[in-house]
Design a protein around this ligand. Structure first.
Ligand SMILES: [Fe+2]
Length: 510
């Protein structure tokens, strides 16, 4: 590698999603040598005993110069091997797919954090694809952006009973290198191909953090100096032991006496307790914080939907048609049909205006905005997006970077803080075939500039997500912090979306 630093696209992808793919690192010959080495080993899932000479091609992956280059960027100089080479797969006897816990990191030794312009990625998993992994092949799955989550993951997500539309199976070609932050939620799905999966993994940690139990030298206390034999168990538990196992011993204290816990573990008290009476749906809370958007399903009933659609049709003279919002983007340009909209449908004459006025403070919306923004939010505007087939999309805009007063987002002590929230009521079903709203989930926490390919959708980097919805659903998204836009409208029926913007009590814009 002759580059001095990762590209902005690589940094952006890693920061938004917690992983990125370096394509085509291995040559055909290298892939073949590695697969033959695995064949000779008779390798199945699990740690590989790479001690025989025929393992040389596999050991070369562990120290591959391209991998070393990226590890120095991500983990920092002095990174160390922590997880010896292994083939990942469903463990023996594991039939139920599970995800790693993720959620609020309490383990700084494997955490991901951007602070004061510095990236701390304390653990990295390097996965080499030695066979192709196509869409729906199964195998490794991840929850993108979960390395930046500080909210406990819902148990249904962890246990695989509800993937919440958040679980992604990366698509890889033989020879690709997948680099993944250790704190990204991950799991294994049943491998659907006939041949073996052949994802070869090594784990690395940064220089100054604790190694995993597997690589740690564990053993007796023989290296403790002789004089320590006279210490109490509590004193010995606290005194530095170069061979201390993990998890470490726990010493409790009431301020007057100390007590050694029966079992080692982690004891880390908090001043806060979980509040089951908050009125917040925990899946919604996790989804909002992880992605920066949320869909409330079925808020409008059939009668209201029908009446609202009729109101739009009855006031066709209020529809105006403008130009493109795609800017210089070719993928978002459409076929030149103008974008149609209706200003302030809440002002339509009786009986039509009321159908939109009741959206302003609908209970389902107020309940969410209270925890998303805190009370005191104001509804600033309303318009109807009514574009027809062939009209342009909207180039992607808004981001968490650069930080501004208006795009502030934070989750702290169980509260989320959001300053601008857009609310889009769907009067018709929206599928991928129709086009419409797209976003970059997780981009409200990003620390790198939005790449040009994302803005124009010329290179979506597998980060741009189209959100499918049903008529009657309501979409909420972080207007100024989550990168969003729209695909050209390609549906046979015109778009029917009623758009509102809410501003928090914290902002003042004359
Ligand atoms: Fe926008």
């Amino acid at each position: 590698m002759d580059r001095k630093a990762m590209t902005n696209e690589e940094n952006y992808h890693f920061d938004v999603a917690g992983y990125f793919i370096v394509p085509g690192v291995l040559t055909v010959a290298e892939i073949k040598d590695c697969n033959q080495a695995l064949d000779r080993l008779g390798a199945v899932d699990g740690t590989l005993q790479c001690t025989v000479p025929s393992c040389t091609p596999l050991l070369a992956l562990r120290d591959h110069p391209v991998l070393v280059y990226y590890l120095e960027q991500i983990c920092g100089e002095g990174f160390r091997l922590d997880q010896p080479p292994r083939l990942i797969g469903l463990g023996a006897g594991q039939t139920e797919p599970l995800l790693s816990e993720g959620s609020e990191w309490q383990d700084w030794s494997r955490a991901y954090r951007q602070h004061n312009g510095i990236r701390f990625c304390q653990g990295v998993r390097a996965l080499w694809a030695l066979v192709d992994v196509k869409e729906d092949d199964g195998g490794l799955v991840v929850v993108p952006a979960s390395h930046n989550s500080s909210v406990d993951a819902p148990q249904e997500l962890v246990h695989g009973t509800d993937d919440m539309g958040l679980v992604v199976q990366p698509v890889l070609q033989a020879g690709d290198l997948l680099l993944c932050a250790s704190s990204v939620m991950w799991g294994m799905r049943t491998w659907q191909e006939k041949g073996p999966q052949r994802l070869f993994e090594c784990g690395y940690i940064s220089a100054e953090v604790r190694p995993s139990t597997e690589t740690e030298i564990t053993g007796s206390e023989s290296t403790m100096p002789e004089w320590t034999a006279e210490l109490t168990p509590v004193q010995r538990a606290v005194l530095h032991n170069p061979n201390r196992p993990y998890p470490p011993p726990v010493v409790h204290s009431d301020g007057k006496t100390t007590r050694l816990a029966e079992k080692p573990g982690i004891f880390h008290p908090s001043t806060y307790t979980h509040n089951p009476d908050s009125g917040i749906d925990e899946k919604e809370f996790f989804h909002w914080d992880l992605c920066g958007h949320l869909v409330l399903q079925g808020v409008m009933d059939a009668n209201w939907l029908e009446a609202a659609n009729e109101a739009i049709e009855a006031n066709a003279d209020q529809v105006s048609t403008g130009g493109s919002a795609a800017g210089d983007s070719k993928p978002l340009a459409g076929t030149g049909v103008g974008r149609s909209s209706m200003g302030e449908p809440w002002k339509l004459p009786t009986p039509h205006g009321e159908l939109f006025q009741r959206m302003i403070a609908h209970p389902a919306l107020i309940q969410r905005l209270n925890w998303i923004m805190g009370s005191g939010f104001e509804c600033m505007l309303c318009s109807a997006f009514l574009s027809g087939k062939g009209s342009s999309g909207h180039s992607l805009h808004a981001a968490g970077e650069p930080a501004k007063v208006t795009n502030h987002y934070r989750q702290q002590n169980g509260r989320v803080y959001s300053e601008y929230v857009n609310v889009a009521w769907q009067l018709r079903d929206v599928t991928l075939a129709d086009g419409g709203f797209v976003c970059v989930p997780g981009s409200h926490k990003v620390s790198y500039p939005m790449p040009e390919g994302i803005r124009t959708c010329d290179d979506e980097m597998e980060l741009v997500r189209h959100v499918e919805m049903k008529a009657g659903d309501v979409l909420l998204f972080l207007a100024s912090a989550q990168t969003h836009g729209a695909y050209p409208w390609t549906g046979e029926q015109n778009r029917r979306m009623i758009f509102f913007q809410y501003r928090s009590r914290n902002l003042y814009v004359p």
